[in-house]
Design a protein around this ligand. Structure first.
Ligand SMILES: Cc1cc2nc3c(=O)[nH]c(=O)nc-3n(C[C@H](O)[C@H](O)[C@H](O)COP(=O)(O)OP(=O)(O)OC[C@H]3O[C@@H](n4cnc5c(N)ncnc54)[C@H](O)[C@@H]3O)c2cc1C
Ligand code: SF4
Length: 531
């Protein structure tokens, strides 16, 4: 006869917060459930490293909880294969263990929050939900900062957050360094001389062979390169190690080269500097292995200690680097979460620019002649990672320019990246990158021609296309596609003063030039699979 428990507490794969108040309670009659589920591996086609990272982290979390004396039931995909989904599994476990009370932490994805709310509503036993205790803002506070269907600006939100949480605020209540935002200092290209200084990323090696075998046994469809020694952090100690490494070696140049892109360091083996000065903390954060507060506090402590010259053997860190990094966590990360929750479920079907094209097949294998896109897609398939500007200004920009259906764009981003969870993926993809929300997240569409790519990267020199050309068989496709995009979407974008110069430049072109560019763009669209 199975053991009787009074209460079952559910822990989802992205709720691995060891500091949660739940775990202070050592009630022997509580059973904690952590389960690998087919409904989670199958709702989109994920990168294989993403599934391995979540499953490995769940396994380690279950072991860590057990070692503190809590009762933990960790079920893997083989154990749960007979269940149709989470409600079915829970119903059977309630029965088996004579559960009288069910508790769960509020899921951060709408899909799961709905599922658990509906499931709980029909239960005859007591049921309650709790906060994940992870974010700076609680769920209840979000409506104080965000309204449904309203345009919000990250900068205004970020200043409120800085003040409220007293981050980089001086004794008079002013921003430290005299400015709220040092973004203008953060737009450098990596020149040849800078490349040698780029630090090697700290790559972990977690053996996930068992998980890979399980995925194969259960015939889970995945994309991307499998890696038996997973390089992502899957427990708190590893996440802290990565955070410490970031503070020491990447933070001093984080802001300066935040937008830079390079293909020259891509040689697996000796030079694996594919993440440049980025932290690669997004998986550890989004699975809640570490908290945003811990990350921000650690970065600040490092900065202060260095100001006091305690760590003066390391490269110096300026306020611009620290502010630039904190803005991502205290600003952007909390901001997109607010946009998501106040606008779901409608947000998931917004398509302001009526984009309807399908993703070209080379998004799944990187086989395109465009060097910039090939590099970003190949890297994403290899590591389940691309940094923000690769996502926004390479793959995202291409989808925007050619008008890919935002549902397809969302599914690609939600599947391929190690950190992709809908609450953060969707506002970034559908909103910031595709402008499908009509400007709820960003004040303008992030559309760019080859000129931007050339300014921020070294991709163009080695490309089959010529970045300086707009028309002709070897012209960079992004150039004519950019002008077509701006021309076709003039009604939606033309009133934005930030686009005034672009439309003025378009008007300066003769009717023949305009026609030649539009014809070239139509040719590119017709040849999209061969670009
Ligand atoms: C189209 C598109 C899709 C994206 N999808 C996701 C996603 O699914 N999951 C995700 O976590 N991020 C997403 N981002 C945001 C950002 O690209 C990633 O957070 C970042 O690249 C993760 O790498 P890192 O940890 O090295 O980040 P760093 O550059 O080191 O930044 C530090 C941290 O700041 C946070 N952050 C930075 N930018 C953003 C942002 N725009 N929104 C929210 N948090 C941010 C992340 O937690 C990140 O770990 C997306 C961006 C775009 C343009
Ligand atoms: S020339 Fe155009 S397609 Fe080629 S790398 Fe440069 S921007 Fe990309």
């Amino acid at each position: 006869m199975a053991k009787k428990y009074r209460r079952l507490r559910l822990i989802l794969g992205d709720q691995l917060n060891a500091s949660h108040s739940w775990f202070k309670d050592k009630d022997p009659e509580t059973l904690y459930l952590i389960a690998e589920l087919r409904q989670e591996t199958d709702y989109v086609v994920h990168h294989v490293q993403k599934i391995c990272a979540f499953f490995a982290a769940m396994q380690q979390f279950a072991q860590a909880l057990s070692s503190t004396g809590l009762n933990v039931l960790h079920l893997d995909l083989d154990d749960t294969q007979a269940f149709t989904g989470l409600p079915h599994l829970l119903t059977v476990l309630f029965d088996t263990h004579q559960i009288e009370q069910f508790a769960y932490q509020l899921p951060d994805e709408y899909r799961l929050r709905q599922q658990l709310a509906e499931f709980s509503a029909q239960l005859t036993i007591r049921s309650e939900s709790a906060s994940t205790e992870h974010f700076y803002l609680t769920d209840q506070e979000l409506p104080k900062y965000f309204s449904a269907g309203k345009q919000h600006r990250m900068e205004a939100f970020y200043r409120k957050m800085r003040k409220r949480f007293a981050v980089l605020i001086d004794a008079e209540g002013n921003p430290e360094g005299g400015q709220w935002n040092f973004d203008a200092n953060n737009r450098n290209k990596l020149k040849a001389d800078d490349l040698a200084a780029v630090p090697k990323p700290l790559l972990l090696a977690n053996n996930v062979s068992d998980i890979l075998a399980r995925l194969e046994r259960q015939q889970i469809k995945t994309i991307g390169q499998a890696e038996p020694n997973l390089l992502w952090p899957v427990n708190r100690q590893q996440a802290k190690q990565l955070l410490d490494y970031f503070c020491r070696y990447c933070l001093p140049n984080f802001g300066t080269f935040q937008d830079a892109m390079t293909a020259q360091l891509k040689q697996r083996g000796n030079n694996r500097q594919w993440s440049l000065y980025h932290s690669r903390l997004s998986f550890a954060l989004n699975s809640k292995i570490i908290s945003p507060q811990l990350v921000v506090d650690t970065v600040l402590a490092h900065y202060r200690a260095q100001q006091g010259q305690l760590l003066n053997a390391e490269p110096s860190i300026s306020i611009a680097q620290v502010e630039g990094f904190i803005r991502q966590i205290l600003g952007w990360r909390e901001f997109v979460r607010g946009i998501y929750w106040l606008n779901m479920p409608e947000y998931a079907s917004l398509n302001a620019l009526s984009a309807q094209r399908s993703l070209p097949s080379w998004f799944w294998n990187g086989k395109t002649k465009m060097n910039c896109l090939r590099h970003a897609i190949e890297q994403s398939l290899e590591y389940a990672y691309a940094h923000h500007i690769q996502r926004l200004m390479l793959t995202g920009n291409f989808c925007l320019l050619v008008g890919i259906d935002p549902d397809e764009v969302d599914a690609w981003y939600l599947g391929i990246y190690i950190d992709a969870l809908e609450w953060v993926e969707m506002p970034n993809t559908r909103g910031m990158s595709q402008f499908a929300d009509g400007g709820l997240v960003g004040s303008k569409a992030y559309a760019a021609s080859g000129n931007y790519v050339n300014k921020m990267s070294d991709y163009c020199g080695a490309c089959q296309y010529k970045v300086a050309k707009i028309t002709g068989s070897d012209a960079c496709p992004l150039n004519s596609l950019y002008w077509r995009f701006m021309s076709v979407n003039k009604e939606a974008l033309g009133n934005n003063p930030r686009n005034a110069m672009v439309y003025a430049n378009w008007q300066k072109k003769s009717a023949e030039q305009q026609q030649a560019i539009l014809t070239q763009a139509e040719y590119c669209l017709a040849q999209i699979e061969q670009l």
